[in-house]
Design a protein around this ligand. Structure first.
Ligand SMILES: [Zn+2]
Length: 216
């Protein structure tokens, strides 16, 4: 591969963390190793295309590494005709992946902020959630990343983020507990300091159980 082509590939994958990303062929080989480790034969007919499919699926699962969350929020609007009430996007479905077991974490995010001067298109809030979800994650970290990024880029009066999710590493292995939902929240600014703002947010998203949660 020429240097030019190499440079092009590198810049395309710029936000990917870690140098020396393996090639597609190497990734497919790794899947073959795991298939053999599971006890199957990667050469049998039904599995012959599986490594290529798994690698393509990984490109979707982990697309978040290719997105810069701050960039997503960079286009803001300041013409809001004095609107200064809470903006809430609730029930944003997300699929993430547990960084300990690489199995899905599936849930809903509720994202709110109290604008100071600037607002952002609501689809951007959903894209912000995806940019952090489509990576290897733990739910606590993802909750903090969404809230902190919103807070840093928009500099609103306050930010509230609640994530409710089921972890397949709990339901399909280990303790095998299905139907368990983990709830995490992060409240910043007025969402942290003003109980009435927090109450309003919790009432809108309908998750009163979060009231007693520690502020993490
Ligand atoms: Zn796990």
């Amino acid at each position: 591969m020429s240097d030019e082509k190499n440079a092009e590939k590198t810049s395309k994958n710029k936000p990917k963390t870690g140098a020396g990303r393996p090639s597609r062929e190497q990734a497919e080989d790794a899947v073959r190793v795991l298939l053999r480790w599971a006890g199957d034969d990667p050469a049998r007919e039904g599995l012959i295309d599986t490594p290529a499919r798994v690698v393509r699926a990984y490109e979707e699962f982990f697309a978040g590494y290719d997105h810069d969350p701050r960039e997503i929020l960079s286009r803001t609007f300041s013409e809001v005709d004095g609107y200064d009430e809470m903006i809430v996007l609730k029930d944003i479905r997300f699929e993430s992946y547990c960084e300990h077991h690489m199995v899905p974490i599936i849930g809903r995010a509720h994202v709110a902020y109290l604008p100071e001067h600037r607002v952002v298109g609501i689809s951007k809030l959903a894209r912000l959630v995806d940019a952090f979800a489509k990576r290897l994650q733990i739910q606590e970290k993802m909750t903090a990343q969404i809230a902190d990024t919103l807070n840093e880029v928009l500099q609103p009066k306050g930010v509230g983020v609640i994530l409710e999710a089921a972890h397949q590493c709990m339901s399909t292995r280990g303790v095998h507990k299905a139907g368990v939902t983990m709830v995490t929240s992060r409240m910043l600014g007025t969402f942290r300091s003003d109980p009435s703002t927090r109450r309003e947010f919790l009432a809108i998203v309908g998750t009163p159980g979060v009231m007693s949660m520690p502020n993490t």
